[in-house]
Design a protein around this ligand. Structure first.
Ligand code: ADP
Length: 437
């Protein structure tokens, strides 16, 4: 009953917690009382936490591989004389004569190992258990009432109190509760993800319908303004004509913004057409188009390394490079503009830093970059420029875009499972980095 009451309080606390590992660690006494142990080691992958009286970390680290073999087909292992099955434990019998190990997840390497100290036990045998019967000179066995009834005291070393069946049961119940909690959390996460996916789709659909429907009245405003100028231009004074022209210019601008929004929402809805694409070809194609439209500008394009072939959606990645390269030319006041396109070497500090950020199971990703020697971006704007319609300059400056280019670039990269970020030195230039899958 005592165990059950500890158990129910404990389960209540860990079910309510956001982080299972932390909730176990924060309640060491529950964890120890649950099975009547003096020490416990918690393994959550690489994280090992020791609570109470336990042997040292090195010993436990060496013990684990041995223990894993003991779990073969089972989820619990118990002994009250560890030294007998694992001789290295002899030295640690003060803390680890008894061991109760619970396997929670082999794949995620989650284990709970409880320890019990040695109890010098005095066992009273009815006679020496190692010599239960006497023999006479010719070797015949003799039953001797004296020896068989004499008390034989034996001190047993290296043993802890045995684990009671109800304690082992409590450990197993803890495991099923943890598994239940983890499964429930995974379910909740799936549900939240579903909701998120649904609201994203709805938002895309909404952006599409809204912008699509906005275009019609906008066309009307534009057309009526031009009719007014044509039919009544002579009746109006100069100021009146000016105002109508501004009205037309603003509707034009609004149409551009709506088109960008439409384009953005389409990107989110379209299926990705993944194919192997040679980025050398793709970038060469992008540069041809850009060179044709920027004939009056002096731009030197550098591609220091042979680019990879990657699995991606050709049209979208084409747009990604187009946006980044044309920004590098647009936001650039140097006489000799330089744009460099490449990827980082595997020993580049940025690559190493990224590798540390990713979990060890994520394969290394190629980090591509587009670098310019343009006007640069102040530190405080580095994040916000990826927001839709965010522009750092007046409409007319630097060729006047809609502020959707980088938002679109980000969406393309994210749809390919990558990330995009920028580093920049104000007035000297910017480098946009991205990964694709
Ligand atoms: P736009 O379509 O107006 O070019 P973007 O989303 O592509 O919009 O860019 C947003 C803002 O980020 C721009 O207004 C500009 O201020 C800044 N920006 C983008 N690329 C660069 C760059 N290579 N160098 C300096 N500033 C840049």
């Amino acid at each position: 009953m005592k165990l059950q009451s500890i158990q129910s309080q404990f389960i209540e606390t860990i079910s309510a917690a956001k982080d299972l590992e932390q909730s176990l660690i924060k309640n060491p006494q529950y964890l120890l009382d649950l099975v009547g142990a003096d020490g416990v080691a918690l393994f959550f992958g690489e994280d090992v936490t020791l609570l109470g009286n336990t042997p040292n970390r090195d010993f436990i680290a060496e013990l684990l591989p041995w223990l894993e073999t003991k779990f073969d087909g089972d989820i619990i292992y118990e002994t009250n004389s560890l030294g007998q099955v694992y001789p290295a434990a002899e030295e640690h019998r003060a803390t680890a004569s008894g061991l109760l190990a619970l396997l929670i997840s082999r794949i995620q390497k989650t284990f709970i190992i409880w320890f019990r100290p040695e109890v010098i036990q005095t066992v009273n045998w009815a006679g020496n258990p190692n010599q239960p019967v006497a023999r006479d000179e010719d070797g015949t066995l003799l039953l001797s009432p004296r020896t068989s009834f004499a008390m034989w005291k034996e001190t047993v070393r290296g043993k802890s109190l045995p684990w009671k069946p109800c304690e082992v049961e409590a450990a197993l119940e803890l495991r099923s509760s943890i598994v239940g909690i983890v499964l429930r959390k995974a379910d909740e996460l799936t549900q939240v993800n579903k909701e998120l996916a649904r609201s994203n789709t709805e938002l895309d659909a909404f952006a599409y319908i809204a912008s699509h429907d906005l275009k019609e009245p906008l066309r009307g405003i534009y057309n009526y303004s031009s009719f007014l100028i044509e039919d009544y231009g002579e009746v109006l004074d100069e100021e009146g004509v000016d105002k109508l022209n501004t009205l037309m210019r603003l509707t034009h601008r609004m149409e551009d913004l709506i088109n960008s929004l439409l384009h953005y929402s389409r990107l989110g809805r379209a299926e990705l057409q993944l194919r192997s694409v040679d980025l050398n070809d793709l970038v060469a194609g992008v540069l041809d188009v850009i060179k044709a439209s920027a004939r009056d500008t002096q731009v030197e394009f550098k591609i220091p390394c042979y680019l990879h072939t990657v699995k991606c959606d050709r049209t979208q990645v084409n747009e990604l490079f187009t946006n980044l390269i044309s920004n590098g030319i647009k936001y650039n006041q140097k006489k000799q503009k330089i744009i460099e396109i490449g990827y980082l070497d595997s020993d580049d500090p940025i690559v190493i830093q990224k590798m540390l950020e990713y979990s060890e199971n994520t394969p290394a990703k190629t980090i591509f970059y587009v670098r310019d020697n343009g006007i640069g971006i102040r530190e405080k704007h580095l994040e916000s420029i990826f927001r839709i319609f965010k522009r750092l300059h007046g409409q007319k400056k630097y060729g006047g875009g809609t502020g959707a280019g980088l938002t679109i670039a980000k969406k393309i990269v994210e749809r390919h499972g990558g990330e995009i970020w920028v580093k920049s030195v104000y007035k000297e230039g910017s480098t946009f980095y991205f990964t694709l899958h």
